[in-house]
Design a binder for this molecule. Structure first.
Ligand code: AMP
Length: 484
C-alpha cells in the first residue's frame, strides 16, 4: 500500500515524500481513511508505531478543506500529557502541513504565557497543548472553542496516570458537543474505557503492535554489575563499543546529573534532562543530542517520554525502573520505525526483584552478560517466570492477553515500594514526589497542587490495564478491547 491510495491531497503527499516515508505504517493505513470519513477513532498504539502521522495527516487534510480559524478560535485541539510530546506533535504538524496555508501553535507550561496568548489571538487551525496551560489560557480568554471540529487525546493513559482527569473533564465541558474525537492510548485500563465512553461515538477501533517494542528490532541484554561499578562499566561500554548516540535512563534526577557529570569527566559529551531542568535547558539538550553534539543523553522516565529520534541505536538502563511497564517504554526509544536497536540494562544484585517483575511482564528472560573486567560480587537472582505468590496474580482477564501479567507485575512493584509511588513521578533522592510534568511550573504559579489522591487512584486502576502490545495479538476488529 502507498500513501497515495489513502485519500490525502498533493501538498500533504509531497510533505510525506520529503520526509522519506513510502509505506504507511499499519496504524496510518487504518486511521487515515477512518479520520477522513469523519469517524471517531480509538487506537491502541504506542509511540513508535507512526501514530502521530496517523492522526496528523488526515487532520491536516480535513482542515485544509474547511474555513480557516477566526480570531481566538481553534479548529482542532491535540491534548498531550507532556511538554516534550506536545513539542514533537507540533513539529510533526509543521512538517506535514508545510505546504498548506494552515496555522498551528503549541502551548505548554513552564514557559511564558504572553507569546502564546498573542499567537492564539489570530486564531489557529491546530493547537497542540498540555491540559493545565490550556485551561490557564482559556480562563484568561485567550481562546475559545466555538469553531472546534476535532479533538485528539494523545497518550490518554499517560494523562490519566499523571492525574489529568479533572483537567480533561473541565476541557471537555467547554468544547462543542458536535465534534470528531480521536483517542490514542498505549494501554486500555478501566479508567481509559470509562473516559472513552463519554468521549467517542461509535468509534473505529484500531490496535497495532509497536514496531519498536518487538524482539525483532530491539536486542536486549542485561549486564550484571555491582551498583558502585555502574558508572565505570557504562563508560567502558560506550567507549569499547564506540556507541555514538546513547540514551541513558536514570531513576532519579540527582542520579541523572551525577551520571552526566561523570561521563563528561571521562571525555564523553553528555547532558541530563529531568523535571528540575528548565524547558529551555531540556529543549537545548535534546537538540544537541539529536545533532550529535552531545553523545549521551541521561534522562529520567518522565523527561524522556515522547523523545522521538529516528533510529536511536542505543538505550541503557543505568537503573531498572520501579514500574516494569516503564522498561517497555524505555526500550521503545530504540529500534524505532523498524530500525534495529540495542537496549542494555546494568543490573545489580539489589535489583533482582525489579528484574523479576520486568521479566514476568515481558514473559521472557533477558540474556545476561558481564562487562569485561567488571565481575559482580553480588548475585542477580534468576527469575522464575511462573512462580506466583499469594494475591500476586489475579489471573488473566483473557487467555490471549499479556496485559494482566503486566498489571500484576506493576502491582507488585508498587506494593513492594509504596513509598516510591509510580514512575509517573520523579524525585531527587529516590523518594517520590508526585507532579504533573506537562505544566508543573504553570500549575505551581497559580497555586494548583497536583492531585495526589487522583494520581494514586489512576495508578491503582491502571494496574489492571492491558497493553497495546497485548491487544496487538487480537484482531483489530475485536471491539471488546475498548469494552464497548
Ligand atoms: P510516532 O509513533 O508517531 O512517534 O512515530 C515514530 C517514528 O516513525 C517517527 O520517527 C516518525 O518520523 C516515523 N514514521 C512515521 N510514519 C512513518 C512511515 N510511514 N514510514 C517511516 N517512518 C515513519
Amino acid at each position: 500500500m502507498s500513501f497515495t491510495s489513502l485519500g490525502l491531497s498533493a501538498p500533504i503527499l509531497k510533505a510525506v515524500a520529503q520526509k522519506g516515508y513510502d509505506t504507511p505504517s499499519p496504524i496510518q493505513a487504518q486511521a487515515i481513511p477512518a479520520v477522513l470519513e469523519g469517524k471517531d477513532v480509538m487506537a491502541a498504539a504506542q509511540t513508535g508505531t507512526g501514530k502521530t502521522a496517523g492522526f496528523t495527516l488526515p487532520l491536516l487534510e480535513l482542515l485544509s478543506r474547511g474555513n480557516r480559524a477566526q480570531a481566538k478560535q481553534v479548529r482542532a485541539l491535540v491534548l498531550t500529557p507532556t511538554r516534550e510530546l506536545a513539542a514533537q506533535v507540533a513539529e510533526s504538524v509543521e512538517t506535514y502541513g508545510k505546504n498548506l496555508p494552515l496555522r498551528s501553535a503549541v502551548v505548554f507550561g513552564g514557559v511564558g504565557i504572553g507569546p502564546q496568548i498573542s499567537k492564539l489571538g489570530k486564531g489557529v487551525d491546530i493547537l497542540v497543548a498540555t491540559p493545565g496551560r490550556l485551561l490557564d489560557l482559556f480562563n484568561q480568554r485567550a481562546l475559545n472553542f466555538n469553531q472546534l471540529e476535532v479533538l485528539i487525546l494523545d497518550e490518554a493513559d499517560r494523562m490519566l496516570d499523571m492525574g489529568f482527569i479533572h483537567d480533561i473533564k473541565k476541557i471537555l465541558k467547554v468544547l462543542p458537543a458536535k465534534r470528531q474525537n480521536l483517542m490514542f492510548s498505549a494501554t486500555f485500563s478501566d479508567d481509559i474505557r470509562k473516559l472513552a465512553k463519554g468521549l467517542v461515538n461509535n468509534p473505529v477501533e484500531i490496535s497495532v503492535t509497536p514496531r519498536n517494542a518487538t524482539a525483532k528490532t530491539v536486542e536486549q541484554y542485561i549486564y550484571q554489575v555491582d551498583q558502585k561499578q555502574k558508572t565505570a562499566a557504562l563508560i567502558h561500554l560506550i567507549k569499547q563499543n564506540d556507541w555514538k548516540q546513547v540514551l541513558v535512563f536514570s531513576r532519579t534526577k540527582h542520579g541523572a546529573n551525577r551520571i552526566a557529570k561523570n561521563l563528561e569527566a571521562n571525555e564523553l559529551t553528555a547532558a541530563a534532562i529531568h523535571g528540575n531542568k528548565s524547558q529551555g535547558a531540556r529543549t537545548k539538550a535534546l537538540a544537541n543530542f539529536k545533532s550529535g553534539e552531545v553523545r549521551v543523553l541521561v534522562a529520567t522516565d518522565i523527561a524522556a517520554r515522547g523523545i522521538d529520534i529516528d533510529q536511536l541505536p542505543n538505550v541503557v538502563n543505568f537503573d531498572l525502573p520501579n514500574v516494569p511497564e516503564d522498561y517497555v517504554h524505555r526500550i521503545g526509544r530504540t529500534g524505532r520505525a523498524g530500525a534495529d536497536g540495542q537496549a542494555v540494562s546494568l543490573v545489580s544484585g539489589d535489583e533482582s526483584k525489579l528484574l523479576r517483575d520486568i521479566e514476568r511482564l515481558i514473559k521472557q528472560k533477558i540474556p545476561r552478560k558481564e562487562v569485561e573486567g567488571f565481575v559482580p560480587t553480588q548475585v542477580v537472582a534468576e527469575t522464575d517466570l511462573n512462580e506466583r505468590k499469594h494475591g500476586q496474580n489475579r489471573g488473566p482477564r483473557n487467555a490471549n492477553s499479556r496485559g494482566n501479567g503486566r498489571s500484576d507485575s506493576r502491582n507488585n512493584a508498587s506494593r513492594g515500594n509504596a513509598s516510591r509511588g509510580s514512575s509517573r513521578s520523579e524525585s531527587s533522592q529516590g523518594g517520590r514526589v508526585e507532579h504533573k510534568d506537562g505544566q508543573r511550573s504553570g500549575e505551581a504559579a497559580r497555586g494548583h497542587k497536583p492531585n495526589d489522591s487522583n494520581a494514586s487512584h489512576s495508578r491503582r486502576r491502571s494496574r489492571s490495564s492491558n497493553s497495546a502490545s497485548s491487544a496487538a495479538s487480537k484482531p483489530s476488529s475485536n471491539s471488546s478491547i475498548w469494552g464497548k
